[in-house]
Design a protein around this ligand. Structure first.
Ligand SMILES: Cc1ncc(COP(=O)(O)O)c(C=O)c1O
Length: 325
């Protein structure tokens, strides 16, 4: 068992996110699979999203360490950055966000929301990760010399501390599904830095659920993503003293093209199908691509007769983000 009770945690949630059956969506796919949805998009702060789970433990750690400012980084559409701004506001901490460049003439929706939430925004001169990381170093040094106590959160909040929040999410899903006699055969999750996928896999296995956890790659090639997930599982093993799951890490890379933060046709079709059968919205960067992955697996017969949970990880403001098509 994880020593979760010993880990510092700052509460940001308000009970479990809903688990709902998607009757009309399943019917539109010929009722070949019974599709359910886990509504992480309905978590309570700043348009919701899965990263609030990570932030409960990251902000908890920051407060325990005596920090007064959160510093994190990401792309301009980062949900993790927006939710860090929200969590910092809730905890009374300063927030500095370092975003990939180049600077744009107008703020997109996520940046507008981050400013509204009181965060300070720094934009790197280019989109290169090295430039962004150098700027993170400069911002942190400047904060220290101004007498502040910054706490660094890695990209996506997806180190081991953050992944603990996803472990709890996996356990929560199993408990909800069992209460409704609806334990899934598979879970389909958008996967970028791999922290969500790793934490959910651990949480499911810890709760004795053998469902497949299929990460739909949206940012990194499958080998790199698998290595990231494996590294986070190893970190959870170190933290808990338990063995990591021995099985292969499942990655579906069918919707990676044309690249991170770029639209594809299958994701657009998936978005319209869910919107027009269920009234639920997904975003083009993460969740629409995962949903397209799910539809592909249903259509090729891999999920015939199975109950499958679509992990709606959030990302709603991404619907309005200007993206290169
Ligand atoms: C809406 C949404 N879905 C999925 C992901 C991917 O999560 P991870 O980075 O843990 O793989 C993210 C990451 O930012 C996200 O914002």
């Amino acid at each position: 068992m994880l020593p979760l009770a010993d880990l510092p945690r700052f509460p940001l949630l308000d009970g479990p996110s809903p688990l709902q059956p998607l009757h009309r969506f399943s019917e539109a796919l010929g009722n070949r699979a019974e599709v359910w949805i886990k509504r992480e998009d309905l978590l309570p702060l700043a348009f919701g999203g899965n990263k609030l789970r990570n932030l409960e433990f990251l902000v908890g750690r920051a407060l325990a360490d005596g920090a007064d400012t959160l510093v994190t980084s990401g792309r301009r559409w980062s949900n993790h950055c927006r939710l860090t701004a929200a969590a910092g506001a809730r905890a009374g901490l300063g927030v500095h966000l370092v975003l990939g460049g180049p600077p744009r003439p107008d703020d997109g929706p996520n940046v507008q929301l981050e400013r509204l939430l009181g965060a300070t925004i720094h934009v790197a001169p280019t989109g290169d990760r090295a430039d962004r990381e150098a700027l993170v170093g400069d911002v942190t040094a400047a904060l220290r010399s101004a007498g502040r106590r910054p706490f660094m959160i890695e990209v996506g909040g997806s180190g081991v501390t953050g992944a603990v929040g996803q472990v709890l999410a996996g356990q929560e899903l199993v408990e909800q599904a069992r209460k409704r006699a609806a334990e899934p055969h598979s879970l389909i999750v958008p996967s970028a830095t791999g922290g969500t996928q790793a934490g959910l896999l651990w949480g499911l296995r810890d709760a004795g659920c053998v469902a497949r956890v299929i990460g739909v790659a949206v940012a990194q090639p499958p080998d790199e993503l698998r290595a990231r997930v494996a590294a986070i599982l190893d970190g959870l093993a170190d933290l808990t003293g338990a063995e990591p799951p021995a099985e292969a890490i499942e990655v579906n890379a069918d919707h990676l093209a044309p690249g991170y933060g770029r639209r594809n046709g299958a994701a657009k079709e998936a978005t319209e199908l869910l919107a027009r059968t269920e009234g639920i919205l997904v975003d083009p960067i993460y969740t629409a691509k995962a949903l397209a992955g799910l539809i592909g697996l249903v259509r090729n017969g891999e999920l015939d007769g199975r109950r499958v949970v679509f992990w709606h990880a959030g990302g709603t403001p991404g619907l309005f983000e200007p993206l290169d098509d």
